[in-house]
Design a protein around this ligand. Structure first.
Ligand SMILES: [Zn+2]
Ligand SMILES: [Zn+2]
Length: 281
């Protein structure tokens, strides 16, 4: 008899929000009639199995908050502690890509192995970083810390597809950053895809409208299709920065801004094609 594949719980933990955005900041070619734009939420994602926790991305810290003038509501490490998860005990941390808001705090996980795509490390340490427009979302300090982890044999590199645990797989999409990867997680409602910055907002993917921070537009467009194939249903794709996640998913009890992604959302995107579809943003 084939053993049942394990399933996991997933929590999106919001640790910061950027307000006062414009349509030009959220879409490469915004609809000219649009005058308002969604806030940008910052999340890390916690995958909880029977006997192991896996963290997806590590957020930014107070120093980055000050230098980039972003309000940090809580350091993700402290948010995890409130959730009952001690950063120093985590063994597996997936880094979707090395942008400052996904790969800070790398000194706070002393026992972790970091899961990263080959191409992300090459991109973040290679010639593209000589261009300000491509370098801007990276922090030399974060990237240097990741290099130190490589030298300490604490990075597991993946090339395209990879597996972190049974039912938790990685898939390179590139596009936004050359080595960006998404995470597919088996849950009781089917496979959920943590798209991270493959789609900042639901609207980027649904409207096929790229977010303006891009390395390769073609890879970004192909990445949306890959996310859809991996998830098998639009309600099982979770964008990286959309405040709509907080409206669609159940907020967990307690003093932490976390949402249960392994549970069904309150509204289905399958019905959003209708003209009377609810508008959240
Ligand atoms: Zn990014
Ligand atoms: Zn991001």
């Amino acid at each position: 008899m084939t053993p049942l594949q394990p399933t996991y719980e997933i929590y999106a933990i919001r640790y910061a929000t950027m307000t006062a955005r414009t349509p030009q900041m959220n879409h490469l070619s915004p609809d000219p009639h649009e005058t308002t734009a969604s806030d940008l939420d910052y999340f890390v994602w916690l995958i909880r199995g029977k006997d192991r926790d896996i963290l997806v991305d590590t957020g930014f810290n107070e120093a980055a908050s000050k230098s980039r003038k972003r309000v940090l509501d809580i350091n993700p490490v402290d948010a995890l502690a409130r959730f009952g998860v001690q950063a120093e005990n985590l063994r597996d941390v997936i880094i979707t890509h090395l942008h400052y808001d996904h790969a800070g705090n790398l000194d706070r996980f002393p026992r972790a192995t970091f899961h990263l795509q080959d191409r992300e490390m090459s991109y973040a340490t290679g010639r593209c970083m000589c261009s300000g427009v491509l370098r801007h979302p990276f922090s030399a300090e974060d990237v240097t810390l990741m290099v130190r982890h490589v030298y300490d044999e604490r990075v597991t590199f993946h090339d395209g597809e990879g597996e972190v645990a049974p039912g938790v797989t990685l898939h390179r999409v590139g596009g936004h950053s050359d080595g960006l990867q998404v995470v597919r997680v088996a849950t009781t409602r089917g496979p959920v895809v943590l798209a991270s910055d493959a789609s900042h907002y639901f609207a980027n993917m649904h409207r096929r409208s790229p977010f303006p921070i891009i390395y390769n537009v073609g890879d970004m467009c192909n990445g949306w299709a890959l996310c859809e194939r991996l998830a098998g249903h639009p309600d099982r794709i979770i964008p990286g920065h959309d405040p709509l996640v907080r409206k669609l998913y159940r907020r967990v009890e307690g003093g932490i801004d976390a949402y249960a992604l392994h549970e069904e959302p309150s509204h289905s995107f399958m019905r959003f094609d209708a003209p009377e579809a609810p508008q959240f943003s």
